[in-house]
Every structure is written in C-alpha cells, then in structure tokens.
Design a protein around this ligand. Structure first.
Ligand SMILES: [Fe+2]
Length: 167
C-alpha cells in the first residue's frame, strides 16, 4: 500500500461519520443479528466497511453482472467484525502497520497483547463470531480470508480484498 493511501486512510479515520444514506444502506443489506454485531464496531471501522461495500457494489454493477452482490455486500460490511474485541484507534493502527513492517511480521509473537492479537487475527475472530449467526459458508470464508493473499482464483475474494485495500 502506498504512502498516499495511508495518509488518505488516516484523514478518513479522523473525519469518519455515517450519514443517513450510509445508515440506510447498512440496514438494507444486513439482517437484525448482523446489524447488531456490526454496530459493535467503532465508528471508524463502520465507515471503512461501508466504503468497502460501496466500492464492491460499484465494481459489481460496472463489471461483474453474475456475482451474488448481496452476499458480497454482507461480506464487505462484516469483513472486519473481528475487531469488535478491542478498539484500535488510528494511532494504534499506524504503529501496528509500522511495527509489522519493521519486525517483518515478528510482532505476531506478542499476541498476548489484545490489540496485536486483533490486528493479526481479526479475520479468524470475525469468522468465529459470525458462525453463531450465519449459515452461509462462502460468507464465513470471505471474512476469514480477506487478508490472505495466498489464495488465488476466487473472484469474490479478489473483489473484497481489492475494495478493502483502497479504503
Ligand atoms: Fe481487515
């Protein structure tokens, strides 16, 4: 990810708010249980997830007509739901991204620290949370693997990862 995107993300996080059409969009695309879980996320995370979902919708409308858009929109809105376990503020996140780079991933060893655990393992934590309320395995798979760049050839995952990265 370029420095330009990082700076943009930093600015977005500082100025995050949900307007009425965001709130409506969330309500339309999530059921009651999903909505309840989603609302446990910080405002920054909710705003990020909505932006990811808007881009997913745009890409699907423009390029991919045969995709299950409602599934992918749910995945976009819920992909970071594993972050409900702790609030990672923008400074935490900047330090974690930097620490991960400098330590070449060895920061992972300090998973006894909650913020570090959530940073690295929120996809798995999110999938485990969603298992209680979701039956759709593809949705669980997308959430669990949204940072797994080794998986190739899954169009849904490619779209989700791309939209996550640019937001
Ligand atoms: Fe994530």
């Amino acid at each position: 990810m370029t420095l330009f995107y990082r700076v943009k993300q930093f600015y977005w996080a500082l100025t995050a708010e949900l307007n009425d059409s965001d709130k409506n969009f969330i309500k339309v695309n999530l059921n009651e249980n999903e909505f309840r879980l989603f609302n446990k996320l910080s405002l920054q995370e909710r705003k990020h997830s909505v932006k990811v979902a808007y881009d997913v919708q745009k890409i699907c409308n423009d390029k991919f007509k045969n995709i299950d858009v409602s599934l992918l929109l749910k995945a976009a809105l819920l992909h970071d739901v594993g972050k409900v376990y702790t609030k990672l503020n923008i400074l935490d996140k900047s330090l974690l991204v930097l620490g991960d780079k400098i330590s070449k991933g060895r920061l992972k060893k300090f998973c006894n620290i909650k913020k570090i655990k959530v940073y690295y393992y929120h996809p798995k934590l999110g999938k485990e949370l969603l298992e209680n309320i979701e039956k759709n395995n593809e949705l669980l798979y997308l959430v669990e693997n949204h940072h797994n760049n080794r998986i190739k050839g899954n169009l849904n995952l490619d779209i989700l990862r791309y939209c996550d990265k640019i937001n």
